[in-house]
Design a protein around this ligand. Sequence first.
Ligand SMILES: C[S@@+](CC[C@H](N)C(=O)[O-])C[C@H]1O[C@@H](n2cnc3c(N)ncnc32)[C@H](O)[C@@H]1O
Length: 198
Amino acid sequence: MRALSRVGEPVRWLASRARPRRGMGSSSAAGGRRDPGENPKVGRLRELFTGDAADGWEKSWEFGVTPWDLGKPTPVIEHLVRSGTLPKGRALVPGCGMGYDVVALACPERFVVGLDVSDLAIKKAKQWSSSLPNADYFTFLAEDFFKWIPSEQFDLIFDYTFFCALDPSLRVAWAETVNRLLKPDGELLTLIYLIHYR
Ligand SMILES: C[S@@+](CC[C@H](N)C(=O)[O-])C[C@H]1O[C@@H](n2cnc3c(N)ncnc32)[C@H](O)[C@@H]1O
């Protein structure tokens, strides 16, 4: 398994809820960085996660509290698709949300599965994308990434704001699941963000 990680701006708005740190909610967090919880939408999102995580995600989609949503593909994916360097074959986007990255990756040489635990997210993803010219090259499934068993492994997994949004207690399970779903020579492309206090 070849893993690529790219370092960017910290996205720790949800993961950090699992272990609130000193200074949370203040304007200057440890190291002088801003707490994403200061963003009212992120604060609202945290309020929705009171019990079962899957319920929290469903509520976030139901109430339209989706501060991560770029409304377009992740810029690095557009760049990599243009560069022609990504594996062909089968690709998976776990926690795909509206599925912009799924659609951006899909082409005759690459079939893409977009997976999300939220029924509503998948419904929305299907609604906007079903009549696109490349619609034969992708599909959306409402499934739990950790439980889903596909018929075949993948040549590429693209994780953007999925790993970093999970509760940190799920990180080992995330790695085991990626390993299970990816072909031995498959490629994991994930945007991992440095967090200064962990
Ligand atoms: C922060 S959002 C990112 C969405 C998308 N990647 C984007 O960048 O727009 C995380 C997504 O992961 C989904 N999710 C959370 N836990 C999941 C799980 N166990 N299996 C599949 N999807 C999950 C949520 O419903 C949510 O849509």
